[in-house]
Design a protein around this ligand. Structure first.
Ligand code: UDP
Ligand code: UDP
Length: 463
């Protein structure tokens, strides 16, 4: 690759992730992929997000620069990340406020060495104007897979989202008739027909800005969802470049110099591995809002299932049912800290994942060959869950008490899914399929693989 031109100057890429963990982490993996290819990287963020990014990039030559986060009505001062919002109902206000960063961003672009291309988050739609002003190609990062993007686009085109059918009635997309969907699978903000609502205005800006950008950078790999990559590249512009799974880019098992340096939960998993005991990992990402009643059912479902579990539960102020942790002692643990999720999924004792189906979590599980009990909570997670269960067949959805897409899950339903996943035939089949996909994901990112080749073409075109 002609990354270092003959005059010795290096190619330089600017990354500007959106201020949430799920949108930032994959772009930091991407930063490492670029650095590995001798490309200079500048990551743009805000002061409160700086420490996490700086720490993730320790030992690399990436520069991290900050721009002030603009004041906004209803967003408490110091809250610069959606995982810190008092409520996700403030999401659109938060995302809309970022556009006030544009003058600062442009001032920064004046001071930086020549930028070959930038990758900025889809939610930072206004960065396209700056990119155009400075003549820099902009790639858009959404953190979404091609299947969910295709279904959203097609549902919009076929007029389903604003149609009059009841939310729970099955709808058939003429382009993808094999996928069983109803309106409830799509985010309510997508279904809001009021053209002057904040969400509607925001989504329109974001879509227009994406369409006019140079390309879409996708954290997925061609073999996983070729039908949808082909659909997007034939029917929607700009070109979608699948360069993932990004989490595999630089992944190597963590080495600890002594046992004491290991997080307590990894030591616990080591012990389970020694006991030949299979563990289910339970986690809902960085920002899902789950009611206290639902958390209680999760606790009781885990307890009654009799499976071994590691539950990451960081909800402040929530108190587990009385005696819960005592009763499950030895069989299950609750972790209330930020964990290295990939490290957990890659651990030999973990054989199942109860997941909210955030796209990063699904991909990380796939890379580790761990099948999924899908429990979507918000955004496009419901579409990801359909993909997990019906298309890729690497897991199944936990049932809700009323059979609806977004309904409450009772402890019996969780218990049934956990037992099926850890001991049943459905779990065994999903695990087999997941392990095959883990191999395919690895091959895609290795020299000559589809994602490796796609990244090479992208860099040849831009650097
Ligand atoms: N994550 C982590 N430790 C935690 C919680 C989350 O490393 O304690 C990571 C997880 O591995 C994933 C990201 O945060 O890379 C969450 O992204 P995802 O798309 O799964 O869900 P979101 O948080 O965006 O809903
Ligand atoms: N989109 C696209 N390609 C992608 C990702 C998104 O064209 O790879 C477009 C698509 O029209 C999608 C829209 O961007 O429906 C909004 O995506 P967003 O992430 O906001 O969806 P949400 O998370 O709200 O469901």
């Amino acid at each position: 690759m002609g990354i270092i031109p003959s005059d010795g100057t290096r190619s330089h890429v600017l990354l500007f992730p959106f201020m949430s963990k799920g949108h930032t982490i994959p772009l930091l993996h991407f930063a490492k992929m670029l650095l590995h290819r001798s490309i200079s990287v500048t990551v743009v963020t805000t002061p409160a997000n700086y420490p996490f990014i700086k720490e993730s990039l320790t030992g690399t030559s990436a520069s991290v620069v900050t721009l002030p986060f603009p004041p906004a009505t209803n967003i408490p001062v110091g809250v610069e990340s959606t995982d810190k919002l008092p409520s996700m109902s403030l999401f659109f206000e938060f995302a809309t406020a970022t556009s006030a960063m544009q003058p600062h961003f442009e001032h920064l672009l004046h001071t930086l060495p020549c930028v070959n291309f930038m990758v900025t988050d889809g939610f930072l739609w206004w960065t396209l104007d700056s990119a155009t002003t400075f003549g820099i190609p902009r790639f858009v990062y959404y953190g979404m897979n091609c299947q969910s993007a295709s279904l959203s686009i097609e549902a919009m085109r076929e007029g389903i989202l604003y149609g009059s059918q009841p939310d729970h009635e099955l709808v058939v997309l003429t382009r993808f008739p094999w996928i069983r969907l109803c309106k409830e699978h799509f985010d309510p903000s997508f279904r809001n027909p009021n053209p002057s609502s904040l969400s509607h205005v925001f989504l329109m800006k974001l879509m227009l800005s994406s369409q006019r950008s140079h390309g879409m950078l996708v954290n997925s790999f061609y073999e996983l969802e070729s039908t949808f990559v082909d659909y997007l590249n034939a029917e929607s512009s700009p070109k979608h470049w699948c360069v993932g799974p990004l989490c595999l880019a630089e992944w190597t098992p963590k080495v600890y110099s002594d046992e004491g340096g290991k997080p307590t939960w990894i030591r616990w998993l080591d012990q389970k591995l020694e006991e030949k005991c299979h563990v289910v990992y339970v986690a809902f990402g960085s920002q899902a809002e789950i009611s206290p009643e639902q958390l209680e059912e999760i606790a009781l479902g885990l307890e009654e299932s009799e499976v071994s579990f590691l539950w990451v539960m960081r909800r402040e102020g929530w108190v587990a049912p009385e005696g819960f942790e005592e009763r499950v002692k030895g069989r299950g643990i609750v972790v209330r800290e930020w964990v290295d999720q990939i490290e957990i999924l890659m651990h030999g004792s973990v054989e199942g994942f109860v997941s909210h189906c955030g796209w990063n979590s699904v991909l990380e599980s796939l890379c580790a060959g761990v099948p999924i009990v899908a429990w979507p909570i918000m955004a496009e997670q419901f579409l990801n869950a359909v993909m997990v269960e019906e298309d890729v067949k690497v897991g199944f959805r936990v049932e809700t008490c009323d059979g609806s897409v977004r309904g409450f899950v009772k402890r019996e339903e969780l218990k049934k899914s956990l037992r099926e996943m850890m001991k049943g035939e459905k779990g065994r089949k999903a695990r087999e399929k997941m392990r095959r996909l883990a191999q395919m994901a690895k091959m895609a990112t290795q020299v000559g693989g589809s994602s490796w080749s796609t990244l090479r073409s992208l860099l040849n075109e831009t650097c």
